[in-house]
Design a protein around this ligand. Structure first.
Ligand code: DX5
Ligand code: ZN
Length: 216
């Protein structure tokens, strides 16, 4: 199975964002993960459109946009226009998952849905035929640098079995607490895309760490 690393800009140095984006652009990371938090869906506020613009200008890599916001439907089109390639909304953030997926498709982006640690895999199964991506949160969304919740690997394996059973094209992404110590087990469970924030940006040599995460 292909392996993709999606370093999370949340852990970047915002005083030198252009340099960090240039580093990611040179690196073996194929995607760049953009965490948008509204202070309502999660107890933290990150950034939005003004930061998307310079990131889009600085790289041609896939912008993997993780919306941790309520009423995501209101902003899907704007994030697509701001340069998102993949948009992932939270299952828990909308009453109309199917409608949100249709909006993402209409906006011309890959459509993803994420589930929080307490949400079972079964909740996302009804949408698998329409989705390009399912994001399993392996920490409570809101902050970088937390520890991986054991049991998340089991959720990946369960989701992989469902995807294979129904012939969905959806890829599995995992987000939160990914390290060189647990990357191998989540790949083995069927995960293709690993988000990594602090593991990459707290490293002395982020480009090398990205290489290592791809080759565990
Ligand atoms: C948390 C975010 C993550 C975060 C991951 O809500 O969705 O993308 O940046 O950070 P690490 O890899 O440090 O757990
Ligand atoms: Zn994220």
């Amino acid at each position: 199975m292909p392996r993709i690393i999606s370093p999370s800009v949340l852990s970047a140095d915002f005083g030198h964002l252009a340099e960090d984006i240039a580093m990611l652009d040179r690196s073996e990371a194929e995607w760049i993960h953009i965490d948008v938090m509204d202070g309502v869906f999660v107890p933290n506020i990150s950034f939005g459109f003004p930061v998307m613009g310079p990131i889009r200008k600085g790289t041609k890599k896939v912008l993997d946009t993780h919306l941790m916001i309520v009423e995501p439907e209101k902003y899907i089109e704007r994030f697509a226009k701001a340069g998102a390639d993949v948009i992932t909304i939270h299952l828990e953030a909308t009453d109309d998952v199917r409608g949100a997926i249709a909006m993402m498709k209409k906006a011309g982006v890959k459509a993803g849905v994420s589930i929080k640690p307490a949400t079972p895999v079964s909740a996302v199964v009804p949408y698998l035929d329409e989705l390009d991506l399912v994001l399993i949160m392996s920490v409570e969304p809101g902050f970088g640098g937390q520890s991986f919740i054991e049991g998340s690997t089991q959720k990946v394996a369960e989701l992989k079995a469902e995807i294979d059973r129904c012939g969905s094209r959806a890829v599995i992404e995992i987000d939160g607490g990914i390290t060189l110590g647990n990357a191998a087990e989540v790949y083995a469970a069927g995960c293709e895309v690993l988000v990594a924030g602090s593991t990459v940006f707290a490293s002395e040599d982020p480009e090398r760490t990205i290489h290592e995460l791809l080759n565990v």
